[in-house]
Design a binder for this molecule. Structure first.
Ligand code: NAP
Length: 259
């Protein structure tokens, strides 16, 4: 299926590894020019080089922290008019809410709510003027089904979801859509980090925690970044212009609801 986005330009945030990288790879396979970013330069350059070698598309890298105003300014200076924006950043730390300070909360809200909103604000009017725009926010299945130890993720991402629900309806008449992708458990560094934190608290090994987590997924496995990237590319496709304000859960069947 031709997604009809060859030659489009995308900013893919937090994309040297994991889910962001899965999205960047798949968009590049569809012929989309990329701006990829992450804080660590080495992994970012390696990821970009592999994508260039595989697909031949133009890939520009920016080693920066997207949760800072300076980081966002750097990225937007390089790509002020993206056709596609995939927002993403590291998730908040797990733990007990009694241990979190106001500064912890502000960092979580900054990273997982205000950063995507600032990026949308900087790019959406130009998408409207061009009559094409696809915005995909990487959030979490915790928006739909809260995860006990990830209270800051549950809260901050719900704020983004509420904002996007309103804005999406205001801009779709210009062929600009905003949708959220809600990952359940995917095989990335992040799942290892959360398992390591849980192992420390529970006395179980990381492997025991991962195996138990996998056994609880109806699919009996974790998702892959490639599967995630394919869903992202579909939401960015020319033919997905009638779908907006949606929260697409990719969780191997964990969410138990009928709808
Ligand atoms: P990951 O494998 O750890 O990759 C995170 C990527 O984001 C890396 O490229 C990292 O590079 C970059 N990054 C992190 N913070 C950044 C920042 N402030 N500025 C720029 N780049 C940044 O994580 P993932 O599994 O792909 O997770 C992506 C998002 O999905 C996270 O918010 C996570 O909480 C959420 N999520 C993941 C899962 C899952 O099962 N994997 C489930 C639910 C939700 P640098 O460290 O070099 O910056």
């Amino acid at each position: 299926m031709d997604l009809g986005i060859r030659g489009r330009r995308a900013i893919v945030c937090a994309s040297s590894k994991g889910l962001g990288l899965g999205c960047a790879q798949q968009l590049a396979r569809e012929g989309v020019e990329l701006v990829m970013l992450a804080r660590g330069q080495e992994a970012l350059e390696a990821a970009a080089a592999a994508i260039r070698a595989e697909t031949g598309v133009k890939v520009t890298t920016v080693a920066t922290d997207i949760t800072t105003p300076e980081g966002r300014a750097k990225v937007l200076a390089i790509c002020p008019n993206p056709d596609i924006l995939v927002t993403n950043a590291g998730g908040p730390k797990p733990g007990d809410f009694r241990d979190w300070s106001r500064d912890d909360w502000i960092a979580a809200v900054d990273a997982n709510m205000l950063t995507p909103i600032e990026l949308i604000k900087a790019t959406v009017d130009k998408m409207i003027a061009r009559k094409f725009g696809r915005i995909v926010n990487i959030t979490s299945a915790s928006v739909k089904q809260p995860i006990e130890s990830l209270g800051m993720s549950n809260g901050a991402r719900a704020g983004l979801t509420g904002f996007v629900a309103g804005l999406a309806r205001q801009i779709i008449s210009h062929n600009v859509t905003i949708n959220n992708l809600l990952p359940g458990p995917f095989a990335t560094d992040r799942i290892l980090q959360t398992a390591a934190a849980r192992a420390k608290d529970s006395g179980q090994t990381v492997d025991e925690i991962l195996n138990a987590r996998m056994a609880a997924v109806p699919a009996k496995r974790f998702g892959t970044p490639a599967e995630f990237g394919q869903a992202c590319a579909f939401l960015c496709s020319a033919s997905a212009g009638f779908m907006t304000g949606q929260n697409l859960v990719l969780d191997g069947g964990i969410y138990p609801g009928t709808l």
